[in-house]
Design a protein around this ligand. Structure first.
Ligand code: G3H
Ligand code: 13P
Ligand code: ZN
Length: 309
């Protein structure tokens, strides 16, 4: 099975009322933990790479790790650029073998977002690659970009048809109250399902993407804090809300922070309990196993894509 685009995956997910997990990858243990889980669950999969991940691990290393995962699992896997911020970055990923890219022009005025997104779509489609655009702005932190709550904005349903039609994007990321990172809600978690419903009505059958969808499991935060960490008030998106979104038009759910928490909690625990340990395999191995356990839970109990490969 070669790398695939998300086209077929999204069509089946939309019709089946489930979502595909898009997990961020930064190193070998993360790729292995995620793909071992997907193999065991027989789930279609999106592995996504941010500009920061590409800088950290190198494009070629990440591609080769993902190619290895395809050989090992035989699964349909898409490789996606997460939050591409320029035509040049998207082009470099398309030329380098990615099957899907995101061009995130959500911080731009509407007309400029349309122009940049269309430029990426024209190049991507000419090379058999699909494109995710974004309308509306999530709060939170990603790499060097920190969007304050004041600068965040829900997606305006009045803009979605024109944006999709003029750009030709294959999927659309929207802002309905999720945010990036581990600190998503101060009080009660709230998502604007009314906006999602309105967008779904205006774009029937069109795949919607939810960013900032980590649930920030309390057990990981507790473990991190028990072993020397300091994560006050971390809060994520409740799983029942993600299941509801997946049953609607949301076909791709982005998860990164939960992987980071699983990995960090495990490493902190192993090292605290074994202070003399200095073999990286002794803490990266358990971290990889914990990622596998977490992703299995997401595939079966949250996304609903287990058994759909
Ligand atoms: O949405 C952002 C992802 O969590 C990627 O984060 O840019 O720090 O790699 P990063
Ligand atoms: P989380 O920070 O909630 O994991 O969101 C990840 C994301 O949206 C990647 O694009
Ligand atoms: Zn994101």
């Amino acid at each position: 099975m070669p790398l695939v685009t998300t086209k077929e995956m999204f069509k089946k997910a939309y019709e089946g009322g489930y979502a595909i997990g898009a997990f961020n990858v930064n190193n070998m243990e993360i790729v292995q933990g995620i793909t071992e889980a997907a193999k065991e669950a027989n789930a279609p999969l999106i592995l996504q790479v941010s500009a920061g991940a590409r800088k950290y691990a190198n494009h070629t290393y990440l591609m080769k790790l993902i190619e290895a995962a395809i050989i090992e699992t035989g699964l349909p896997i898409a490789v996606h650029l997460d939050h591409g911020d320029s035509f040049e970055l998207c082009k470099s990923c398309i030329d380098g073998g990615f099957t899907s890219v995101m061009i995130d022009g959500s911080h731009l005025p509407f007309e400029e977002n349309v122009k940049l997104t269309k430029q990426v779509v024209d190049y991507a489609h000419a090379h058999g690659v699909v494109v995710e655009g974004e309308l509306g702005r999530l709060a939170g932190i990603e790499d060097a970009v920190n969007v304050s709550e004041a600068d965040a904005a829900f997606t305006d349903p009045n803009e979605v048809e024109e944006f999709v039609q003029r750009t030709g994007v294959d999927s659309l990321a929207i802002a309905i109250g999720t945010s990036h990172g581990a600190y998503k809600f101060k009080g009660e978690a709230k998502l604007r399902f009314d906006i999602l419903e309105e967008i779904q009505k205006r774009l029937p059958g069109f795949p919607i993407v939810l960013h900032g969808a980590s649930s920030v499991m309390p057990e990981y935060v507790e473990t991190i804090n028990k072993y020397g960490g300091q994560m006050p008030g971390a809060k994520g998106v409740p799983e029942d809300m993600l299941r509801k979104a997946a049953s609607m038009a949301v076909c791709k759910i982005n998860i990164d922070s939960d992987l980071r928490l699983a990995m960090t909690a495990t490493i902190r625990k192993v090292l605290a309990e074994n202070p003399g340990e200095f073999d990286p395999r002794k803490y990266l191995g358990p971290a990889r196993s914990e990622i596998k356990k977490l992703v299995l839970h997401k595939l079966h109990n949250v996304l609903g894509c287990a058994g759909k490969a």
